[in-house]
Design a protein around this ligand. Structure first.
Ligand code: HAM
Length: 424
């Protein structure tokens, strides 16, 4: 039997590959606009990079692809980008230069989740991390990067959800209150949440089963436990977002699925029907403790990651990506047998940065015209016996249907001119 991809993992090819490339290009452009430098970290890291003592997130406790090499090194396929970037920030002593350090990444992540639409076991994230300084201006700017990126792609039905998990002091007070409130209901919680109650009751608010129970919905809210510093910080973030005309709503139950967050957390969701259960396009937040916990200096960071597959699904559903130019520049119709003239023409086109394809089957002119049409060629360049003898080509412009015969040496000037007219 022929091999198939592993469950939850997919090939990306054809038009879809192009959509990913176009999104990557726009993301890199945004990174430039906002002053972020691209970084590539290894896909495989020591397990400890992701797994901290007392971790309670599903991602770390249940979903990581972890294995051992030589019986001693525990290695994990990265489930997310933040921890690897922070590891690199520390290892390469980036904190020695000007802070904050602003890094952006694009790459594959791996989580052993139950696959469904918009949820894969291998997926791509576009992310940024801003590490080394804490100021509400930075929080607002990070959210603005993600928000305006999604808007520039053209997605219309999105909403920004915002919450604060408070600084360490606020959170400790809140966790204590939450624990005391939930304790009497402990027997009604699911098996996992009974454990979470002792370790990190915040996770119960995020549990797919228990978050739906009325007594969990009525639990104390983090926002009421913010100390003055955290409350003022959160208010400033909101003021800055308003100044940037970014609409948002406060979601008091937004806690995020990972353990490292403090203060500002956010998610951008799609309200389009196609997004189904996996409506979060991107999420992120501030992390005051992660850099120190991983052995670095006591510096705060903030970032987000966008799920690229989800973005493509939604952009397709909203009919955005299909509008991107899918065709080639030139199709060379080759009516010669055993002759390299068509190859020379192709070579000239490609050397001048025009994408060009031809026929490999010696088919009829009609069949080749059809093929050119299927490939969305802007120009059709015909070469036959006459053209070869006179060192010319026949060029048809598929936009205005004009057809002319010109010297091969004039081909590029002619196409340049036609393309130039199109841009005007
Ligand atoms: P996250 O919320 O776990 O955050 O993932 C970010 C985004 O990745 C999600 O909103 C979703 O679009 C996408 N995603 C997550 N899991 C899957 C999956 N199984 N299939 C498809 N897409 C998925 C993080 O990963 C944090 N590192 C974000 C961050 C950066 N926080 C601070 N800095």
């Amino acid at each position: 039997m022929a091999y198939q991809t592993i469950k939850g993992m997919y090939d990306i090819y054809g038009d879809k590959y192009r959509y990913f490339e176009d999104i990557d290009t726009l993301f890199k452009h945004f990174a430039d606009l906002y002053g972020y430098r691209m970084i590539k970290t290894p896909i495989l890291e020591y397990t400890g990079v992701f797994k901290k003592d007392n971790d309670t997130s599903d991602m770390v406790t249940k979903e990581m692809y972890t294995f051992t090499m030589n019986g001693s090194d525990y290695l994990t396929l990265r489930p997310e980008g933040t921890a690897g970037v922070v590891r690199s920030f520390i290892q390469n002593k980036m904190y020695g230069g000007e802070l904050p350090v602003k890094l952006a990444y694009i790459g594959e992540m791996f989580r052993h989740e139950r696959p469904q639409k918009g949820r894969q076991r291998q997926f791509n994230q576009l992310g940024i991390e801003n590490i080394g300084h804490k100021d509400p201006l930075i929080d607002a700017e990070v959210i603005a990067f993600g928000y305006f990126f999604i808007k520039t792609i053209g997605l219309s039905s999105i909403k920004v959800c915002l919450n604060s998990l408070g600084d360490n002091e606020s959170r400790q007070n809140y966790l204590q209150a939450l624990k005391e409130y939930l304790q009497p209901y402990s027997q009604e919680l699911c098996h996992d949440c009974q454990e979470r109650l002792a370790k990190n009751p915040l996770r119960i608010l995020d549990c797919k089963i228990d978050s739906q129970r009325d007594f969990v919905k009525d639990a104390p809210k983090m926002i009421d436990y913010l100390n003055e510093a955290s409350r003022n910080y959160f208010i400033k973030v909101q003021q800055y977002l308003t100044a940037l005309n970014i609409p948002f709503e406060i979601d008091e139950n937004l806690v995020r699925g990972l353990d490292y967050y403090t203060d500002t957390v956010f998610e951008v969701k799609s309200t389009h029907e196609e997004s189904g259960a996996q409506s979060t396009i991107f999420g992120g937040g501030r992390y005051d403790n992660l850099v120190k916990e991983m052995g670095g200096p006591d510096l705060s960071g903030i970032g987000f990651a966008i799920g690229e597959e989800r973005l493509v699904i939604l952009a397709q559903a909203e009919g955005i990506l299909q509008e991107l130019k899918p065709g080639i520049d030139c199709y060379v119709i080759n009516m010669l047998d055993d002759d390299p003239y068509a190859l020379e023409v192709l070579n000239i086109l490609r050397a001048n940065s025009y994408s060009a394809e031809t026929d490999y089957y010696h088919r009829s002119m009609k069949a080749q015209f059809k093929s050119a049409d299927r490939k969305g060629a802007r120009f059709i360049v015909i070469v036959g016996e006459d053209e070869k003898k006179t060192a010319t080509v026949t060029v048809k412009d598929t936009l205005n249907k004009n057809q002319i015969s010109i010297a091969l040496s004039a081909l590029i000037d002619h196409i340049d001119e036609m393309m130039g007219e199109e841009d005007e």
